[in-house]
Design a protein around this ligand. Structure first.
Ligand code: NAP
Length: 280
């Protein structure tokens, strides 16, 4: 029996499930099997990217699945090397060809790469692809407030989503508050901090013991109660199920504060500060 995942509404009227499947490193036939299992279990949001070189794998899983296309929400992302307008237009088309899909539900700019100063024209390409029906909702990843303000000022269109690094070791309190004030949904990448030492954290383990849940479930419930969409990646059906089995309990305010308080100023996994880091 598949589980149902609550949805939230975006500023453009679209809706997305509050948990999706991260697919970084899920590729080829094993990847298709993992993604298909996630869909069977109840996942409806799939997070891919041009640079993961697995849009084809995601598309194949969607075709093999018995769930109708319109019930799924499929995300991909524009790489930094294609931020010039014409290149961005072609990359979006290429993303669709790779997945063999008619449209993406969500398309995001992968990194702002501010030194290149091309993200506004990339954004215009996403706006135009949305207008022509190739994309349902558009957004960004790793954008700082100053980058988003510029998008809105120069194009008149605000992103619906900003996908950012977010986990208890890097709680992004300021950025989340800014998103909330600006009606932009926060989406958490590496929500489990890539199963690093975070999953061995004693403080979260105590909270997990109290609720008879796993550490991962406590962390994903924390994301949900922050109002963020999380996209944990798992290749394992058992862990996929574990990660969406978080809607039968809740964390109280002190528990939320304890987890939020685990943040560290250097808590980023790979020191990828969007003001300086670039990805192509
Ligand atoms: N926009 C961006 O710049 C950006 C950057 C990074 C990632 N992303 C997206 O975010 C997604 C998630 O981030 P991520 O893949 O970096 O890290 P993550 O989801 O935080 O962690 C994935 C790791 O956790 C393990 N895991 C998953 N569930 C578990 C559980 N219940 N118990 C124990 N271990 C568990 C997985 O192993 P198994 O597979 O063996 O279960 C995998 O090693 C990516 O896949 C990608 O789609 C976006």
């Amino acid at each position: 029996m598949s589980k149902s995942i609550p949805e939230i509404t975006l500023n453009d009227g679209g809706t997305l499930p509050v948990i999706g499947l991260g697919t970084y490193k899920l590729k080829g036939n094993d990847g298709v099997n993992s993604i298909q299992s996630a869909i069977d279990i109840g996942y409806r949001l799939l997070d891919s990217a041009y640079n993961y070189e697995n849009e084809g794998t995601v598309g194949e899983a969607v075709r093999r699945s018995s769930v109708p296309r319109e019930e799924l929400r499929i995300t991909s992302k524009l790489p930094g090397r294609y931020q010039e307008y014409e290149k961005a237009v072609a990359a979006i088309q290429e993303s669709l060809y790779r997945a063999n899909l008619d449209y993406y539900d969500v398309y995001l700019i992968h990194w702002p790469n501010p030194k290149q100063d091309k993200y506004v024209e990339a954004w215009q390409a996403l706006i135009d692809a949305k207008r022509s029906g190739l994309i349902r909702s558009i957004g960004v990843c790793n954008f700082l407030p100053e980058h988003i303000e510029r998008l809105e000022k120069e194009t008149g269109v605000k992103p619906s989503i900003n996908q950012i690094e977010l986990h208890p070791f890097f709680n992004q309190a300021q950025q989340r508050k800014w998103h909330e004030e600006n009606n932009i949904i926060t989406e958490s990448w590496s929500p489990l901090a890539r199963a690093s030492e975070l999953l061995q954290n004693d403080t979260i383990q105590k909270i997990a013991d109290h609720h008879n849940k796993s550490v991962s479930q406590i962390i994903l419930r924390w994301h949900y109660q922050l109002g963020a969409i999380s996209i944990p990646k798992s290749a394992s059906p058992a862990r996929q199920l574990e990660n969406i089995s978080i809607f039968d309990f809740s964390l109280d305010d002190p528990e939320m504060s304890i987890i939020t308080g685990l943040t560290r100023s250097d808590g980023r996994l790979n020191n990828q500060d969007p003001a300086r880091y670039e990805e192509f």
